[in-house]
Design a protein around this ligand. Structure first.
Ligand code: GLC
Length: 752
């Protein structure tokens, strides 16, 4: 009998060994990491486990920091950027502490570290995943060279409210664009090998629904029902998990009464069970403690209990895990397994980052920060992120006939503000402003007059405007650089009105009155209600804070060395009162028909039902100032010959869509072609349009290309009346065109 058992066990071990041998290297490495984690966990005291879950904020030399690290009471440090100091604290962890577990060093590297790229909303306007990946790569290389190995980016909240200051950090209003570009950013930060010395862990944030803050007021409550959450606010985060994001960050908002840092549904059910995420989750800054002020927890102790049980692995600086987890464990309110799972997730990322093997940064790295190649990439990004909104009589690009230009406006020479928000480490002294770029590149060929007009975007003083008027009178063109100081967008900086601040509109009006053509260049963190300013301008170029190289980029665009091709990643409303206003809206039972009478044309004593009972605003109608996906070029493009590979599709088919696009103008340029689909009727109401594909199509002047998109019908799936993600049979409309409003249309049917 014993022999039979022995043989069986031998066969079993050979079988298991065989399985192990047949595994791919990744899972072998994965198993190796799990083994190391198990081994470490067995040695760790409860205090050391809780220490790994504790992130502390230090920026300078600090005895307290050393003590915490030495005792294993801190697993991560945020906001330290000095490589020598990072190495010295890492040395305490790796050579003096009991278990030698490396620190993970976090920093907000949102759109560049030293070399600052356009804010993410600007990068989104490029509709260029490779460019976005390259920008994140540059940021990672620069940040990693100082010892930072974790960034709190990409921010992939869907943002449909430009009053919300953080729209500037987002990739815009559309789930598909945000998903594609968010995944590109993750790849740029992490590369395909997280243990690469220039890789830094990504941290998609803020999970979840933060962008729907009521009234656009930051940190405000959101009320997103599960179906909308799953169809609009979660897809970019699911894509981020598939892209291999190493960590996630919870959001400040309570959604439907539950703060994200205590929301088991999104953190356990969705993120872990449905999506299989195996990295770690960090809270936002004190967001665990803030569950008390939310009124979701009685005190810090309950906040720690709810957060760790919901699935927050690491506490960003509220220190509640450090202070309260031990007693919660003793009281049985938190299980040991919960703590072990959190520590396991954290250690897994540290192993994947290679920190145990290579904890130190090479402090001798030279020529990394502001490297020429980085600056060139940042300039390319600023060029591709610029959106030409108006160009009357082709006043742009500025031609040979221009002998004198008048430069005015508070953003013409604003090196700090041009960088935008979330620039903790960028240095304004490296910024090249439009004024400096114009002077450097054209000062010897063209007379460049400069009068600031107003001193900064909020400046209400008008005493500088006469000087601007005076130079406008003696110039062939006025370049008016207006917009927002960087402090007016970003975290906690929401606005109820979106007009140009201060006396900027008065400045534009005054110089326009001289009759000299005005080109308005806007640098801002969000869409602005610039209808009046645009009407007074012959041309409008919009840049979401373009970063270090914004000046040279704008100079090249104005003089035609580069051709603008950016498209809006977010809708521009005419007035703040239209918000929320986005292209992928529902049709309603009484959609706008287009013939409605608007405010100033309403006859007196008009009959109650004479205005058309449809869904619109009497004073603005329904149209935005500029629609999602909109952007002009110095050339023109023509779409023709739209063809579908079939008109009867099943859910498992792939639809091929082809269209001809011709460059019918005289400049070589790139068109961003967009493909939208409408599910005409379904078990729940669906948006009138949804972006499903886009592509950048370079075309020489006069060139025509046949462009094809492949669209698996499975990608039309949505969460339906049963909360199941399915493709429902029925009729679909399809558009291919230059933006969310225009384009060629066709239709197809999905059959069972
Ligand atoms: C902030 C932000 C978050 C950032 C974190 C660390 O409050 O909400 O985006 O990454 O704290 O600075």
């Amino acid at each position: 009998m014993k022999d039979k058992i022995f043989v069986a066990l031998l066969l079993l071990s050979l079988l298991l060994q065989g399985c192990a041998n047949n595994t791919t290297p990744a899972s072998t490495a994965g198993n190796e990491i799990e083994r190391k984690i198990d081994s470490l966990l067995k040695q760790m005291t409860l205090e050391e486990k809780i220490g790994q879950m504790n992130q502390v904020s230090f920026s300078g030399e600090n005895a307290e920091a050393r003590e915490l690290v030495y005792k294993g009471r801190a697993g991560s440090i945020i906001n330290i950027t000095n490589p020598e100091l990072i190495n010295s604290l890492q040395q305490v962890a790796m050579e003096e502490s009991r278990l030698k577990i490396p620190l993970i060093i976090g920093r907000d590297v949102i759109h560049g570290f030293k070399t600052i790229f356009p804010v993410p909303l600007g990068q989104a306007a490029s509709f260029d995943p490779q460019l976005v990946e390259d920008g994140a790569r540059v940021a990672a290389i620069e940040a990693a060279s100082t010892g930072i190995n974790w960034t709190f980016a990409p921010m992939i909240d869907i943002a449909r409210d430009p009053r919300w200051g953080r729209i500037t950090e987002s990739l815009g209003e559309d789930p598909y664009l945000t998903s594609v570009l968010g995944a590109a950013m993750i790849k740029g930060f992490q590369t395909d090998n997280l243990s690469d010395s220039t890789a830094i862990a990504a941290c998609p944030k803020h999970f979840a629904g933060y962008g729907a803050a009521e009234a656009g007021k930051d940190y405000n409550s959101t009320f997103i029902p599960e179906r909308l959450l799953r169809n609009v606010y979660l897809p970019s985060f699911e894509t981020a998990v598939k892209a291999g994001a190493a960590t996630f960050m919870t959001s400040f908002n309570d959604n439907d009464g539950i703060p994200s840092s205590g929301n088991k549904f999104i953190l356990k059910q969705v993120l872990r069970k449905e999506w299989g995420f195996d990295g770690f989750v960090v809270s936002d800054w004190t967001s665990i403690a803030e569950m008390v002020s939310h009124g979701f927890c009685k005190d810090g102790k309950e906040a720690a209990e709810k957060a760790v049980n919901a699935g927050v692995d690491m506490d960003m600086v509220s220190e509640l895990y450090q202070k309260r987890l031990q007693e919660l464990l003793q009281e049985g309110k938190v299980k040991q397994a919960v703590i072990d799972e959190a520590v396991r997730n954290i250690l897994r990322v540290k192993f994947r980052l290679g920190l145990f093997a290579k904890p130190y940064v090479n402090t001798g790295a030279e020529g990394v920060l502001y490297a020429e190649a980085h600056l060139l990439k940042a300039k390319e990004a600023a060029i591709k992120s610029a959106i030409l909104l108006k160009n009357e009589a082709n006043v742009l690009p500025l031609g040979e006939h221009i002998k004198t230009i008048a430069v005015t406006g508070p953003m013409a020479d604003a090196p700090h503000d041009q960088l935008g928000t979330w620039v903790f480490d960028g240095d304004k002294n490296h910024t090249i402003t439009p004024l400096k770029a114009l002077q450097q590149q054209y000062g010897d060929k063209i007379r460049i007059l400069y009068a600031q007009g107003t001193a900064y975007s909020r400046d209400i003083k008008t005493n500088g405007i006469p000087a601007a008027v005076s130079i406008a009178r003696s110039a062939d063109v006025v370049l008016a650089f207006v917009g927002e100081e960087s402090i007016l967008s970003g975290e906690a900086h929401s606005l109820s009105g979106l007009n140009l601040q201060g006396a900027q509109s008065e400045l534009i009006e005054a110089v326009a009155k001289t009759g000299t053509p005005v080109v308005t260049i806007v640098m801002a963190g969000r869409p602005l209600t610039i209808e009046r300013d645009a009407a007074l301008s012959k041309a409008v170029v919009f840049n979401f804070h373009p970063g270090t190289m914004g000046g040279p980029a704008i100079a090249d665009l104005l003089f035609g060395k580069a051709v603008p091709g950016g498209k809006l990643p977010v809708t521009f409303p005419k007035t703040a009162g239209q918000i929320p206003l986005y292209y992928a809206h529902n049709n309603t039972g009484r959609p706008w028909q287009g013939g409605e009478i608007l405010l100033n044309d309403i006859p007196q004593e008009a009959g109650q039902t004479s205005l058309g009972n449809t869904s619109f605003h009497l004073d603005t109608g329904v149209e935005p100032l500029y629609p999602f996906g909109y952007g002009l070029s110095y050339t023109t493009f023509e779409y023709s010959n739209l063809r579908l590979s079939g008109t009867q599709m099943t859910a498992s088919d792939v639809l091929t869509v082809s269209v001809d696009i011709a460059n019918t103008g005289s400049y070589d340029a790139t068109e961003i072609a967009q493909l939208y689909v409408q599910d005409c009727f379904a078990s729940v109401t669906r948006p009138v349009k949804e972006l499903k594909r886009f592509d950048r199509i370079p075309l020489k002047a006069g060139e025509k290309k046949n462009v094809t998109f492949t669209l698996p019908i499975a990608e039309l799936a949505f969460y339906n009346i049963e909360m199941k993600k399915v493709v429902e049979p029925g009729d679909f409309n399809l558009w291919v065109g230059p933006d969310s409003r225009d384009g060629l249309t066709s239709s197809f049917t999905v059959v069972n």
